[in-house]
Design a protein around this ligand. Structure first.
Ligand code: AVJ
Ligand code: FE
Length: 431
């Protein structure tokens, strides 16, 4: 299997730690150990869990070292303790967690420094890339925890670029095969492999994610009050949780405001809607006379280049994402307006597939034909089945190292705390 270079892996680890430090230093110790929502861990758990996974996969598995603190393994095993119960555990305190993370990273540096270029270590560079992605995934989770915390703002970022031009509402992707997944991307995780050919029927896809303005029309048209627009489970969820708007929206007279990282602001009509569940996205699509795209449709529209017949790494090609391509990496703390990032368009002219908001697809999470769990079943395989829906494309809170045209995320269809939005599709006549 192709390997990321050890140097690239090191840069990615370093960038992840800068972000972890910023997210955990932004709040005081009381806030670090507090549980801001039963859906989330205290931030101090994420911090020590990041270090614990790094110790297990880099120092023990790659470096052959003895466990540093075997007695804490259990506390940071995500499968032993659900998020809601983590505050009750005898967790490392803020100072201890920071010291543990610092110690582990120091030893990882030593390991890399001592390894000659042809050492098996550099052949194991995938493990370093996997751990960099793991830390960044938890950084995005910690960013979602920041969004859930009450109180004055503690993080800030400049606004993203605006829309340049509005593309046509939808594009048609003709029927035909494309290559889904990857056999060669050095950072790809097990669920992105192997590459395989999928035949996709003709479909039309929104060129941008659904905006808050679009979503307000669904709300104003009684979308939340019409059970015919919802799946049975979705309607149950809407009734039980008394949903009337996306998460973090606050009524303001006849209109709506939204709370974003501690700031109350008008709902921006031109910006992709975020913090909606799969059930809400599904109901909106039905209201619009459309449907959510399947995962294969999403990936074909993002990656397939009809001129070459090949699948690209990113919608725009194989170049690494820059600030001109996509809203990634917590450079901004909100999605960019629909119609931004013309340079990030796919071969079919679809915009903002990578970055801005995770996009719900209609597909359940499963393994591709020939899937092999690697290096551990608990990364993906244990989640396969009808309980989880696939999300694609990454959000403004996703780092580039954990985002590409093949990257797959998944969550329960009722979840709204993640940075998730959607776009819609419809069947198209074959020509
Ligand atoms: C891929 C985002 C669903 O956060 O549960 C973190 C990533 N896996 N630690 C998650 C993950 C193990 C995972 N998601
Ligand atoms: Fe984890």
């Amino acid at each position: 299997m192709p390997q990321p270079s050890a140097e690239a892996a090191w840069r990615a680890l370093d960038r992840a730690r800068t972000r972890t430090t910023a997210l955990t230093d932004a709040v005081d110790d009381a806030d670090l150990v507090r549980q801001h929502s039963p859906l989330m861990s205290p931030l101090v758990w994420d911090l020590a869990h990041i270090a614990s996974q790094e110790e297990i996969w880099l120092l023990r598995a790659v470096g052959g070292q003895e466990p540093m603190r075997p007695e804490i393994d259990d506390l940071y095993d995500a499968f032993r303790h659900p998020r809601s119960t983590r505050p009750q555990l005898p967790l490392l305190g803020p100072a201890e967690a920071r010291a543990f993370a610092h110690d582990v990273r120091g030893r990882v540096l030593d390991l890399l420094d001592r390894a000659p270029a042809d050492d098996p270590l550099t052949r194991d560079a995938f493990a370093f890339g996997m751990i960099a992605q793991h830390e960044q995934q938890h950084d995005e989770t910690m960013l979602a925890t920041h969004q859930l915390r009450a109180g004055a703002p503690v993080i800030d970022a400049p606004d993203p670029p605006g829309a340049t031009d509005l593309p046509p509402d939808e594009v048609v992707v003709p029927a035909g095969p494309f290559t889904m997944g990857t056999a060669t991307h050095p950072w790809a995780l097990d669920n992105e492999r192997p590459a395989h050919t999928v035949h996709v029927g003709a479909f039309a896809l929104d060129t941008t994610p659904v905006t808050c303005g679009d979503y307000l029309r669904f709300m104003a048209d009684g979308g939340y009050d019409d059970p015919r627009l919802w799946s049975p489970e979705g309607w149950e969820h809407r009734m039980r949780d008394e949903l009337v708007a996306p998460a973090f929206w606050v009524r303001d007279g006849d209109g709506w405001l939204r709370r974003r990282f501690g700031v109350l602001e008008p709902v921006p009509p031109g910006e992709p809607v975020v913090h909606v569940s799969w059930f809400e996205a599904d109901a909106y699509a039905r209201w619009a006379g459309r449907r959510l795209p399947t995962e294969a449709e999403w990936e074909k529209a993002a990656r397939h280049d009809p001129a070459t017949g090949l699948s690209r790494t990113y919608p725009w090609g194989d170049d690494e994402p820059t600030a001109a391509h996509a809203n990634l990496g917590q450079r901004h703390l909100r999605p960019a307006a629909a119609g931004a990032y013309a340079a990030g368009a796919s071969a079919y002219g679809v915009r903002q597939m990578v970055g801005d908001v995770w996009e719900w697809t209609s597909s359940d999470f499963g393994g591709y034909p020939g899937f092999r769990a690697w290096p551990y079943r608990e990364y993906s395989e244990v989640f396969f089945g009808p309980d989880y829906k696939v999300l694609r494309g990454g959000s403004f809170g996703t780092d580039a190292v954990a985002c590409r045209g093949t990257f797959r995320n998944w969550d329960y269809p009722q979840r709204r705390q993640i940075f998730a939005g959607f776009r819609t599709a419809r069947d198209a006549e074959p020509h």
